[in-house]
Design a protein around this ligand. Structure first.
Ligand SMILES: [Zn+2]
Length: 123
């Protein structure tokens, strides 16, 4: 598969994430408005503490994985320009086409990815 096709794949995914991040902001706004009317009659300081903490957690969890991917996509696009795309950052072997098609923004081959995931589980 020519690099241009990977670039297209990456750009498509980038757009999709940007769109979903936009939608996320809208939903969060709606939730905030909804909560404001729900908290009538509840002592304000308790309600504020509770909902704020929960919403911030949710927001961070959702956006951090999306923006991580966004970051990986940017790095992959840069690598295409540098003609280093598709090479595992850990062992310098080429990443199989099948894997690149499935996860075009991946930095590592399957073996290295597995090794790293195992390491993370130990920590
Ligand atoms: Zn590797």
């Amino acid at each position: 598969m020519p690099t241009k096709e990977y670039k297209d794949l990456l750009l498509k995914q980038k757009l999709r994430i940007l769109k979903s991040l936009g939608q996320l902001e809208e939903t969060t706004e709606n939730n905030l408005r909804g909560n404001a009317s729900d908290t009538v009659g509840v002592p304000t300081h308790i309600a504020e503490l509770g909902s704020d903490a929960v919403e911030k957690d949710l927001e961070i969890n959702l956006t951090s994985s999306e923006s991580n991917i966004l970051q990986l996509i940017e790095e992959a696009l840069k690598k295409i320009d540098l003609k280093k795309y598709g090479i595992c950052e850990n062992c310098n072997k080429s990443i199989p086409v099948k894997r690149l098609k499935a996860i075009p923004y991946t930095k590592y081959c399957i073996e290295c990815q597995n090794k790293m995931e195992k390491k993370e589980n130990f920590v």
